[in-house]
Design a protein around this ligand. Structure first.
Ligand SMILES: [Zn+2]
Length: 331
């Protein structure tokens, strides 16, 4: 079992004519929290802790205050989306602990209701959600009742085998007694159920010879325990996508100019030196974008991916790098 820990912090100003909502519970008070959404500072800290555990950035990235879709949003709905994201990545929340720092009102009578609300969204036993309330002893802005802050920690667990070991390290493991060298894919896209949908060979070269690259990718496709329907060859010039029938790769079903796609993720693509890890990361950013339809921007080549039947398979899934297909990686 893999475990990851994340922490989150948030603070919102208090103001009049606003409802005070903490942990999804509306609390009677003469002041409420100001913000673009419902300003539920506790739920925001929890979301950041969950995203942080998987290094997925923060909530501002997913629900930017510049986007009118999240105006007045119920933060429990946003929490549900973050939870879905981590489930799609193969992780789930084990438990959460949090602290709300507020001078007033008294929060203790509401903690049980907050735990129930959050637990219902996360489909967890309320006992797995810790919420503590404290004051700031009248110190600082929170102590002067100018705002309310919240801290959270989330522990996530996953049963999915994961390896972030680069292929070279995998090969070295042979010398320390691993029976067979590992076969590691550069990038694999998974569907919402965690099945492999696409395997990519990523090479930071210009005009790599497709035949040679095909020779390198086929053993990886064959090493996978399931039939992966799509294969991709990515270099600095092109993104070629093939259908894989278990025997050979026929002509690519689509050929895209790498710059047209990847300059969306780095404006300087094509003008600067791009190394393997970075090219792999840019390609994954595109796959992730194609998988999440609720993100504000439309990813490049969306319609073409729909036309070849790849888009529906990616929906709700995720992409990962250095995926071990066969053999053991010393860990
Ligand atoms: Zn917030």
């Amino acid at each position: 079992m893999n475990i990851r820990i994340g922490n989150g912090y948030d603070i919102h100003r208090l103001g009049s004519d606003r409802a005070l909502i903490l942990g999804g519970v509306k609390i009677e008070h003469h002041l409420g929290l100001l913000g673009h959404s419902d300003a539920d500072v506790l739920t925001h800290a929890i979301m950041d802790a969950m995203l942080g555990a998987l290094s997925l950035g923060d909530i501002g990235h997913y629900f930017p205050p510049t986007d009118d879709r999240w105006k007045g949003a119920n933060s429990l709905d946003l929490l549900a989306q973050v939870n879905r994201l981590i489930l799609e990545k193969g992780w789930r929340v084990n438990n959460i602990d949090s602290t709300v720092v507020a001078e007033r009102p008294k929060l203790k009578p509401h903690i049980g209701a907050m735990r129930d609300r959050l637990a219902a969204v996360l489909e967890l036993n309320p006992e797995l959600i810790g919420i503590k309330a404290t004051t700031n002893e009248k110190l600082g802005p929170v102590g002067r009742e100018e705002g309310i802050a919240a801290y959270a920690v989330a522990l996530l667990v996953s049963d999915r085998q994961e390896s972030k070991m680069p292929a070279t390290t995998a090969a070295q493991s042979e010398t320390i007694g691993t029976p067979e060298p590992a076969i590691v894919a550069d990038t694999v896209a998974f569907d919402a159920k965690g099945e492999m949908v696409l395997l990519a060979q990523v090479e930071a070269k210009k005009q790599s010879s497709p035949d040679k690259v095909i020779e390198r990718i086929i053993p990886k496709l064959q090493a996978a325990k399931t039939l992966i329907p799509f294969a991709a060859i990515v270099d600095l010039e092109k993104i070629l996508i093939f259908q894989w029938n278990g025997i050979k790769l026929l002509n690519p079903v689509i050929s895209l100019k790498a710059e047209d796609i990847l300059s969306h993720y780095d404006k300087k693509f094509g003008q600067k030196r791009i190394l393997y890890n970075y090219l792999n990361a840019l390609f994954q950013a595109w796959l992730d974008d194609l998988a999440y339809r609720w993100k504000p921007q439309i990813p490049p080549a969306l319609e073409q991916m729909e036309a070849i039947g790849l888009l529906p398979r990616l929906a709700g899934g995720s992409a990962d790098s250095e995926v071990v297909l066969q053999g053991e990686v010393y860990d």
